[in-house]
Write a protein that binds this ligand. Structure first.
Ligand code: NIG
Ligand code: FE
Length: 413
C-alpha cells in the first residue's frame, strides 16, 4: 500500500466530535508519544502508535522520521485582512504615542487610508502582496486562511478584492476562504449619507458578490462611529438571504451588544470581543457562536485582552486568529498569537491548540476537512522545533515551525 508514514512523532491533536470543542472540553487534546501519521493522496489514513500504523501501511510506504518532534494539526487562521496594498507605519507610530485607533479613522485615516491605496492598486500588485503575506503565514504554520475584503468599499473595488483573494487561493499552498466585508467602514464619498451606503451594500453589493460565488461569509464592523447594531443586523440578514453566512466584528472597542446580535443571527462566529458584556457571552454560548479572539490586536492596540477564561467558563468555544491587517494588527504568525493566548489570556497549551486548529476550522465551516489529525481529514500538519506545543509559547520571538505540510506535501521548512 503506498503513501507516506511519518514516524517517531509526539502527536498532539484535538479529536473532532463533529463540532467545535466548547468550555471545559476545549482542553481535551490527545497526545501520543512515538506516534505515527500515515497519509496518501493528501488525506490522512491513520494516526496512532508507530508499530500499529507501520504494519497497516505495509512495506511499500515511504517512511519519514520526525526525530521525536511534536506534530500538531496545520494551524487555521480564521480572521485576516491580509489582502491590502500598503502598510500604515506612520499611523502605528501615532498610535503608540497615544492617538486612539478610532480617532485615526474619524480623521479620515485608518481603514480609509487603506481604501485609497487598494482602489489605486492593480490586481497584479494586490495579488503579489497577498501571496507574500500568505507565504509568511505558511512558514509560521497556517495551512488554512480566511481573507476578508473591505478595503474597496464600492462595488467595483470590493469585487476586485474578492477576485484577487480567489486567485490567491488558486496560487497559494493554503486553502483560502473569502469573506465579504463591504461593511468595514463608511467610504469617504458617503460620509454624510451612511444610510445610502447601507442600501448600496444590501441592494447591489451583496447580490453581486453572491451571484459571483466568490465569498462564503459576510462580515460587518459593528462599532461606535462605524456601523450601528441595527445597520449590522440589516446587512447580515441581507447576506444570509443570499447565502452568505454571517460573521461579526463585535464589541472590539465599545460594547454595542455585538456578541448578542451574533447570537440572535446564529452567526458562525463573533470576533474580537475585547469589550463584550457577560450577557452577550451567555447568549453566544446558548447559540453556539464561536468566539474568535485576536490577541495580537489587543497587543497592537495596547488594550486589555478579551476575557477568554470567562468565556470558557460560560461554555463558549474559543478560536484564535491573527486579524492580520495594516492597522490594528500587522501580525501574520499564528504561532505568535498562540503564545499571546497562553501568556496573556490564560489559555492552557491544550486550549490554545484547540483554538488555533479545530475550533478555528469550525469557525470557517471547515471542521469536516481540517483542524485535527484524524483519518479522512486533509494531511495538513506542522512539525515543531521541540517535543511539545509548549515550545510555541516558550520560545517566543522565533519561528517554532520545523516543517509545515499541506495535503501531505512539504510546504515550508
Ligand atoms: O479587525 N476593526 C476593524 N477591522 C480591522 C482593522 C482594519 C484596519 O485597521 O485596516 C480589525 O481590527
Ligand atoms: Fe478584523
Amino acid at each position: 500500500m503506498p503513501g507516506t508514514v511519518h514516524i517517531n512523532a509526539n502527536i498532539h491533536t484535538p479529536l473532532d466530535p463533529g463540532r467545535a470543542l466548547a468550555g471545559s472540553e476545549q482542553g481535551r487534546v490527545m497526545t501520543l508519544a512515538r506516534g505515527a501519521l500515515w497519509h496518501h493522496r493528501g488525506v490522512i489514513k491513520a494516526v496512532g502508535p508507530q508499530e500499529e500504523v507501520l504494519s497497516r501501511a505495509g512495506d511499500d510506504a515511504e517512511i519519514i522520521d520526525c526525530q521525536g518532534r511534536a506534530m500538531i494539526p496545520g494551524l487555521v487562521d480564521p480572521h485576516t485582512h491580509m489582502c491590502f496594498a500598503q502598510t500604515r507605519e506612520k499611523e502605528f507610530s501615532e498610535r503608540i504615542q497615544g492617538v486612539p485607533y478610532l480617532e485615526i479613522l474619524k480623521r479620515g485615516g485608518g481603514i480609509l487610508n487603506s481604501v485609497d491605496s487598494v482602489r489605486k492598486a492593480s490586481r497584479e500588485d494586490l495579488l503579489k502582496t497577498t501571496l507574500e503575506h500568505l507565504d509568511l503565514a505558511l512558514a509560521h504554520g497556517s495551512t488554512t486562511v480566511e481573507i476578508k475584503s473591505g478595503y474597496g468599499l464600492d462595488t467595483e473595488n470590493e469585487l476586485k478584492m474578492l477576485s484577487v483573494i480567489e486567485l490567491a487561493g488558486q496560487k497559494a499552498s493554503q486553502d483560502i476562504v473569502a469573506t465579504f466585508l463591504g461593511a468595514h467602514a463608511i467610504p469617504r464619498e458617503k460620509k454624510d449619507r451612511p444610510e445610502e451606503y447601507v442600501d448600496l451594500l444590501i441592494d447591489e453589493m451583496i447580490p453581486k458578490v453572491a451571484e459571483q460565488g466568490i465569498a462564503k461569509f459576510a462580515d460587518v464592523f459593528c462599532e461606535k462611529g462605524v456601523f450601528t447594531k441595527e445597520q449590522s443586523k440589516r446587512i447580515l440578514l441581507a447576506g444570509k438571504k443570499h447565502g452568505l453566512l454571517p460573521k461579526l466584528h463585535a464589541d472590539e472597542v465599545h460594547d454595542l451588544g455585538g456578541g448578542g446580535l451574533a447570537a440572535q443571527l446564529k452567526a458562525i462566529s463573533a470576533d474580537h470581543l475585547l469589550a463584550v458584556s457577560p450577557e452577550s457571552i451567555a447568549e453566544m454560548a446558548k447559540a453556539q457562536v464561536v468566539a474568535i479572539l485576536l490577541p495580537a490586536t489587543a497587543y497592537s492596540l495596547k488594550k486589555p485582552y478579551a476575557p477568554a477564561r470567562t468565556m470558557l467558563e460560560a461554555g463558549l468555544a474559543v478560536a484564535l486568529a491573527t486579524d492580520c491587517n495594516p492597522g490594528s494588527s500587522y501580525v501574520l504568525s499564528m504561532a505568535f498569537v498562540f503564545g499571546l493566548a497562553v501568556m496573556q489570556m490564560g489559555l492552557s497549551l491544550e486550549e490554545a491548540l484547540t483554538a488555533a486548529t479545530l475550533n478555528a476550522a469550525y469557525a470557517l465551516n471547515l471542521g469536516h476537512k481540517v483542524g485535527s489529525l484524524e483519518p479522512g481529514k486533509q494531511a495538513d500538519f506542522c512539525l515543531l522545533a521541540g517535543e511539545s506545543p509548549a515550545v510555541i509559547a516558550y520560545r517566543a520571538g522565533i519561528n517554532p515551525m520545523a516543517a509545515v505540510y499541506k495535503k501531505g506535501r512539504l510546504a515550508a521548512s
